[in-house]
Design a protein around this ligand. Structure first.
Ligand code: ZN
Length: 136
């Protein structure tokens, strides 16, 4: 999948082959741990239902269930972002800001490998979403 290296791109700021490989590894292991986690969350959910069939503590088991489902939903969203990032890698578009087309720094990607925007565009987008934060 690294058949299309980014060496056609003009700037050193773009990710090197090694950096891409590194980030690919991080994304893959994040995806794996989410999948593991959601599998165990699902089995916990099933166990709770089996072990607690008589509404002994329905309130607790209901709120556990809500928590598990909410958590699963967040995981699912992150997993979508990871898949999107991996897809962009395959397309040779990874590490380029989706908003302005400038390279996203390796340091930023290392901290947040699913980032699709450079820090400037991200900050701007957040200010549009939450205009009150502009007060600083
Ligand atoms: Zn940008």
């Amino acid at each position: 999948m690294f058949e299309k290296p980014l060496n056609s791109l003009p700037s050193d700021e773009y990710l090197s082959h090694d950096e891409l490989k590194d980030l690919y590894g991080i994304l893959k292991s994040q995806a794996d741990s989410i999948l593991d986690h959601s599998r165990s969350a699902v089995s916990t959910l099933t166990e709770t239902q089996i072990n607690d069939p008589d509404t002994l503590d329905l309130a607790v088991s209901e709120s556990n269930r809500d928590f598990t489902l909410r958590f699963a939903d967040r995981d699912r969203k992150l997993l979508q972002k990871i898949r999107h990032a991996l897809h962009r890698m395959e397309e040779g578009e990874y590490g380029v800001c989706e908003s302005c087309g400038e390279p996203i720094s390796y340091a930023r990607l290392k901290a947040r490998p699913v980032a699709t925007m450079c820090i400037d565009c991200k900050t701007e987008a957040e200010q549009v979403e939450h205009p009150r934060r502009r007060s600083f």
